[in-house]
Design a protein around this ligand. Structure first.
Ligand SMILES: *Cc1c(COP(=O)(O)O)cnc(C)c1O
Length: 396
């Protein structure tokens, strides 16, 4: 069964991913099963997507309830779930308005268009450049890959869009030097995810906000990965003494259903007028009804408190491993967005974990990334720690 599916996939599926040779069939909570009946504890969660775990009954019910009534109408009409989801996001964040789309890249694409339009409306057309960070990741569409500070993502697609400048993450002085009268916005991840779970130094995010304020530059937070509780707060900006002007969301918002959102302050959001931007599927009733249930569940079940507690525990356990194994260079992260940098290649460790029934991720070759469902238990964390301990013993 496995081999058959894999060879069929390798014939017909676009060759954009290097996949592990397992076929996942079902899941529950933080556990997944493959077609051979093997069981895995999932510390990937679809890359920080399934915040409440797999096959969540409440979400499935909300989805099917709405599916029985209405799948889709155009955004030419109002629908109740879309309004309720937007109200929830506005109530729980700095934002005043929400544009719904289907992915992180689309949310960032909308943010990039919005800041351009905002200054265009003010007749400041020269003010169109966006500063992003080295090692950032903002998506795979043309605008978002042009905003991504990693050569490997942009390679082969020249000419990419112009109008993007890059500065090192965690360096306010470099930002101050780069920002000028052509800059319309700064785009940043509060914790760089794909870039290797890199955290901001104390005062850095506040310094970025101050620099933007002093120059009238808009600040876009890409919270596609950090948002919806991943770092132990609903949004990562809440860890700092700042609010962004625009924030983008996706990954965990639908717990696995495709949804993205670009949120903004009123004054800025107003730059989008009827006809400025659109999305056929953006905010469609079935998906927004499910996403609303995701957010309500997070609130009702105190998932953020659990995430903070488990995040602290998990990080302490990883640091303990670091004391015992010299191949571990650093442990870092916020909440349940944790990274472990190694002095060796990470992929063999990922493979070894998979063979022992644990799914973990590796980014930037040497950084193990742990982004489990936020409902992960202590026992599940202990299981992975014991597994890693055994694997690292082979390296010392
Ligand atoms: C995953 C990710 C994206 C891209 O999201 P897609 O839904 O794959 O388009 C953008 N920004 C960040 C920070 C991400 O982690």
């Amino acid at each position: 069964m496995n081999n058959d599916i894999i060879s069929r996939a390798d014939t017909v599926i676009a060759t954009t991913y290097k996949r592990f040779p397992i076929v996942i069939e079902s899941g529950r909570g933080c556990t997944l099963w493959d077609t051979e009946g093997r069981k895995y504890t999932d510390f990937v969660a679809g890359i920080a997507v399934c915040c409440l775990g797999h096959a969540v009954p409440e979400i499935a019910r909300a989805l099917s309830r709405q599916a029985e009534r209405l799948f889709h109408v155009s955004n030419l009409y109002y629908t109740v779930p879309q309004v309720e989801l937007a109200e929830w996001l506005v109530k729980h964040s700095f934002a005043d308005r929400v544009f719904f789309c289907n992915s992180g890249a689309e949310a960032n694409e909308a943010a990039i268009k919005l800041v351009r339009k905002y200054f265009n409306d003010r007749k400041e057309t020269g003010r169109h450049r966006i500063i992003a960070m080295e090692q950032s990741f903002h998506g795979r569409t043309f605008a978002t890959l042009s905003a991504t500070g990693q050569e490997k993502i942009r390679k082969g697609f020249d000419p990419i869009l112009t109008g993007f400048d890059f500065v090192p993450f965690n360096d306010v002085e470099a930002l101050k030097r780069q920002i000028n009268e052509d800059t319309c916005a700064v785009m940043i991840e509060a914790v760089q995810g794909e870039g290797g779970v890199r955290c901001p130094s104390p005062g850095y995010i506040e310094g970025v906000r101050k620099t933007c304020d002093e120059t009238g530059t808009l600040l876009i937070f890409d919270e596609v990965q950090t948002g919806i509780g991943r770092t132990g707060r609903l949004f990562a900006y809440e860890h700092f003494d700042v609010t962004p002007d625009i924030m983008t969301l996706a990954k965990a918002l639908g717990n696995g259903l495709p949804i993205g959102a670009m949120t903004a302050r009123e004054e800025i959001a107003r730059a989008f007028q009827p006809g400025s931007h659109a999305s056929t599927f953006g905010g469609t009733p079935v998906i927004t009804a499910a996403a609303l249930e995701v957010l309500r569940t997070i609130e009702r079940e105190n998932v953020l408190g659990h995430c903070r507690e488990m995040g602290q525990y998990f990080k302490a356990q990883l640091k303990d491993l670091q004391k015992r194994h010299s191949v571990i260079a650093e442990v870092r992260g916020l909440g349940l967005m944790l990274g472990m940098t190694l002095t060796i290649e990470g992929m063999p460790v990922v493979q070894a974990c998979m063979e022992k029934g644990f799914l973990i991720n590796c980014t930037q070759e040497k950084v193990l990334r742990f982004v489990p469902p936020l409902v992960i238990s202590k026992a599940e964390i202990d299981g992975l720690i014991a597994c890693l301990d055994g694997i690292f013993q082979g390296y010392s």
